[in-house]
Write a protein that binds this ligand. Structure first.
Ligand code: PEP
Ligand code: MG
Length: 521
């Protein structure tokens, strides 16, 4: 089976490789007992909420975890929450639905309060699960695999998170949740790699081979042996990590990190990254019915820029992909590139302008960080120019585009683009696919498929395009970097350096290994 990439928000750092074990939602068990004629009533729900609250209060744990349990028990005992459940039951909802809807509404209320309360909102999903499980009563005991496994679940309660056995659980993946939830705090403290809010987590089945990279928020399904080996070497370097990072010698080019969330910043800094070469902003938008507000975006970008004070941070504006449709975006384009990249943003200028405004504000608030902003998958000079005008009018100083399709590597096109932007970055993942005439997608199942191998990026028909792009950037005297997967592979990286790239950006988990390999020559 081909490799596939899924992306979420990484929590902490670390990489794990193992088979998935998928935990199902408790709804199925509850459905058995909430059939017509056997309805679960208000008293049963109230008792279940109280009983879970008691469990949380009585759990023997200390420190942060104890505070978390007590805070959650208080939420469950809040009469307003039970009133919400009652209201949904009287409107005719089934028990599980009433609980989920009431808890979700309560979460939104917490979110609107902002700050600490907003961060706690994501725990309401776990609480709903716990109450539903309690109502469903005795369940067949879950048979965990004998071998260590990667736990894949919709959400995990802080209580369950605190009970995870690091000898058995290699990593945790959730489809819901945020990096600041109580569970994430507990799992990070246990030094287990975690990725939350994974888009497309529903595609993972028990037994599927997974590579979880918490430092970049990426999960690779059925990773190639070449990729596993690369990460294995990186993990084995762990003990030498400090030595590599503290090695005064600089790598021959700037080594930057690829991030998908500001919460991955500390792992990147610990890995010796000189800054960020690709900040993917999709996580802010995916799964939303409306675009994130200027304030929400400002908070995330400011947190990112703060973490990289004195360094360069290259943010990419929203990169829509057809497998991740967003209800608030008008579709556009046709053919291979339909509904992908910059053209979608240009067709939805209000979304682009809000993002640019949030970025400009974050830069103003963090003047000591050098923010660069780029657009994904530009298709021609006119698009690059339009984006550059929007960005500069919004107050962005360093404006660039990603080179990801073969058409724009034609000399006249790339020269034209370089006249209107300040820098370019080569996205080898997409460029390799398109140059070799392969689709990056597997039709129908909605997954982004990373079916290229790193060796394919090194094929002459791809390398000749990259060579042309780098040469054009040199002629124009503008910085050029590579931020696709191949940038983290020493053999490919050496080839890019030989062509003259100025920076390479990769998962921070791979950076120490990359630096060591490049210094070794
Ligand atoms: C790329 O295409 O190489 C790239 C870095 O962008 P993404 O993987 O996010 O499409
Ligand atoms: Mg791309």
């Amino acid at each position: 089976m081909a490799e596939r990439f899924l992306v979420g928000a990484g929590v902490g750092s670390g990489v794990a490789h193992g088979k998935a074990f998928v935990l199902a939602r408790p709804e199925a068990a509850l459905a058995q007992i909430s059939k017509p004629g056997n309805r679960v009533g208000m008293v049963a729900i109230q008792n279940a909420m109280q009983s879970v609250a008691e469990d949380l209060e009585n759990i023997t744990t200390v420190g942060d975890a104890k505070d978390v349990m007590v805070a959650l028990a208080m939420i469950l005992r809040d009469p307003v929450l039970f009133q919400e459940v009652k209201a949904h039951l009287s409107e005719g909802s089934e028990a599980a639905e009433a609980i989920r809807r009431a808890f979700a509404r309560f979460a939104r209320k917490l979110e609107s309060l902002g700050g600490y309360f907003a961060e706690r909102a994501s725990d309401l999903g776990y609480l709903a699960n716990r109450v539903i499980t309690e109502l469903a009563g005795e369940q067949p005991e879950i048979k965990f695999p004998d071998e260590p496994f990667v736990l894949v679940t919709e959400s995990i309660s802080p209580m369950d998170a605190s009970k995870l056995d690091p000898e058995r659980v290699l990593a945790v993946i959730t489809s819901d949740g945020t990096p600041t939830s109580h569970s994430a705090i507990i799992i990070r403290a246990a030094k287990l790699p975690m990725v939350v809010g994974l888009i497309g987590a529903g595609l993972i089945r028990t037994g599927v081979d997974l590579l979880v990279d918490a430092s970049s928020g990426q999960v690779v399904l059925e990773p190639s042996t070449e990729r596993i080996e690369r990460y294995r070497v990186a993990a084995n370097l762990d003990t030498h990590l400090i030595k590599v990072i503290e090695d005064d010698r600089e790598a021959p080019v700037l080594l930057l990190a690829n991030l998908g969330s500001s919460f991955e910043a500390s792992a990147a800094i610990a890995s010796g990254a000189k800054g960020v070469g690709l900040f993917r902003t999709e996580l802010l938008y995916l799964g939303q019915l409306v675009p994130p507000t200027l304030e929400e975006q400002y908070e995330e970008y400011s947190r990112l820029l703060r973490a990289f004070k004195g360094k360069r941070v290259l943010v990419r504006v929203l990169d829509l992909d057809f497998d991740k449709p967003l209800p608030f975006l008008k579709e556009t384009g046709s053919g291979n590139y339909a509904n992908r990249g910059l053209q979608v943003l240009l067709a939805n200028p209000e979304v682009l302008l809000t993002q640019l405004a949030a970025l400009a504000l974050a830069q103003q608030a963090n003047p000591e960080t050098e923010m660069w902003v780029m657009a994904p998958m530009v298709l021609n000079v006119a698009e690059a120019q339009e984006f550059a005008e929007f960005a500069r009018k919004s107050g962005i100083k360093n404006v660039g585009v990603m080179i990801e399709v073969p058409e724009v590597t034609q000399s006249d096109v790339i020269d034209g683009i370089l006249q209107v932007v300040d820098f370019i970055s080569i996205g080898t993942n997409d460029l390799t696919h398109y140059a070799l005439g392969k689709s990056r997608h597997t039709a129908g199942d909605g997954a982004v498929s990373g079916t290229i191998s790193l060796a394919e990026t090194r094929k002459p028909e791809v390398m000749s395009l990259i060579e042309r792009v780098v040469a054009a950037a040199k002629r124009a005297n503008k910085p050029v970097g590579v931020c696709g997967e191949a940038a983290g592979d020493p053999e490919s990286a050496r080839a890019f350096i030989a062509l003259g790239v100025d920076s390479l950006s990769a998962s921070s988990a791979l950076l120490p290994q990359l630096k060591a390999a490049l210094l070794a020559g």
